[in-house]
Design a protein around this ligand. Sequence first.
Ligand code: GLN
Length: 484
Amino acid sequence: MINASLKQLSQALAAKQISSVELSTLFLDRIERLNPTLNAFVTVDREKSLKMAIAADVRIAAGTAGPLTGIPIAQKDIFCAEGWTTTCGSKMLANFVSPYDATVIHKMHAEAGLVSLGKTNMDEFAMGSSNETSFFGPVRNPWDSSRVPGGSSGGSAAAVAARLAPAATGTDTGGSIRQPAALCNLTGLKPTYGVVSRYGMIAFASSLDQAGPMAASAEDCALLLNTMVGFDERDSTSLDRPVEDYTRDLEKPLNGLRIGLPKEFFGEGCDAEVMAAVRAAIAEYEKLGATTVEVSLPNSHLSVPAYYVIAPAEASSNLSRFDGVRYGYRAPEYDNLEQMYEKTRAQGFGAEVKRRIMIGAYVLSHGYYDAYYLQAQRIRRLIADDFVEAFKHCDVIMGPTSPSTAFKLGEKAADPVQMYLSDIYTIAVNLAGLPGMSVPCGFVDGLPVGLQLIGNYFAEGQLLNVAHRYQQATDWHQRWAVVE
Ligand code: GLN
C-alpha cells in the first residue's frame, strides 16, 4: 500500500479492501516513525486526520464518494486550513491557526473528500530552493540525508519520496514544485497561471504564484489536479474557463509530437551527467514517435535577474501585512507603536525574507522604479514572447529541470546567487505564466534527475499525456528511496 498509486488506492478503497481510517493510520504511523529524521512535516494532527478519514469512510459506504475520497495526502504549509496551524515556514506565523480554508484545501476536503495528513515544511514564505530558510529547520532528502530535497516545497517532496504520503500539494513561484520534484524523483506540475485559485494560499509574488500537485507519477498528478482547479470569484486572477478532466488524454499516442529543444537550455551551466540523462529521455521520446526541433528562447538568460526584481517587489508589498497587529508574531517588548512594528518584523522574519523585502522596497522606490522594476517588466514581456514564437514550431518544450542533482545541506546557503541559479531553467515559465512539469528521467550517483516539460497556455492535459506515455515506457518514477 505504501507505494501504491492513487488509482490503486482508489480501487482498494472502493472495493473495501482497506478503509480510509486504516490507510490514513498506515501513513500517520510512518510519519511518526520517520519524520523526526526527515523533518518533512511541521504539523501533524492525528485526531483531525482521522476525523476526515471517518467522514470519507461514511461517504464511501453511502456510495457518494469521488475518485479520491479517503486518500490521505500532505499539504504544503502555505495553504490556510481551518483549525490547522499555518506557518508558511516562518516564525512570523508559527502560532497562527487559520480561521478559514484556502480554496484548494476546501476543494480537497469538502468536495473531493481527501484526508490531510498534516502540513509540510517549506522555505520561509516560499523563498528558497533548498528548504534551508525554514524557521523549522531544514528537510532532508530521502535519497541522501546529507542533501537538500530542493525548495521551496521541500517538505512535500521529501514526504512523498519517503512515502510518508501518497501525494502532496506544492506551490511554484519560480520552480518550487518542479525543482524539488526533480531532486526527489517525483512528478510535479505547475499549472498555467490562473488555473488554480490562490485564495488562502499565503502570497509570495502574486503574479507568479501557482499551486499544483506533486506525486509519484503523471497519472497521480492528473487525478490530484482534477480536485484543485476551477474558477474562484475570491481570486481576481482566477480564470473562468470550463473545467477539464486531466486524465482524459493520458493514453494518447505521441506520434508526431514535436519537441522543441531550446538551444539556451542545452549549452553551458548544466552538469554533464544531468544533461546526459535528459538527452537519453529525449531519445526515448523519439522512440515513442516524437520528433525534435531546435528552438530559441533568446531572452531566457535574463529570467533570473528579472525574477529577482519582480518577485521581491511583490513580496515586499505582500509581506507588509505582517506587522504584529492583527495576527501572527508580535515582539514581546516595545515602547511605542513604531517600535512594535520594527521589532516584530526584525524578530519574526528570517534573513532571506528580509533580503527580499529590502530588494523589493529598493526596486520599487522613487528614482529606481523605472530603472529596475519597469525594466524587469519589459524583460518579462520579451521572455513571454520568446515562448509564443517557440510554440509556433513545437508542441512541448523539453530540457533539464535543475542544473544539478540534490546538493549538500549548507553547500549554497551562504551564497544567495548560487542558490538563485538553481532555478535557471524553471523561472522563465513562471514569468510567462505557462504550465511546466518535472518528470523523473534517471540517476547520477544514486541521485534523481528531472526532465522538464513546458507546454503552451492551458496545455496541462497535454503535458500530463506526454509525461504519462514516457512513464509507461520507463520505470524511473517507480524507484523508491530507502528510508527505514
Ligand atoms: N527558488 C525561487 C525563490 O527562491 C523560487 C521559489 C518558489 O518557487 N516559491 O524565489
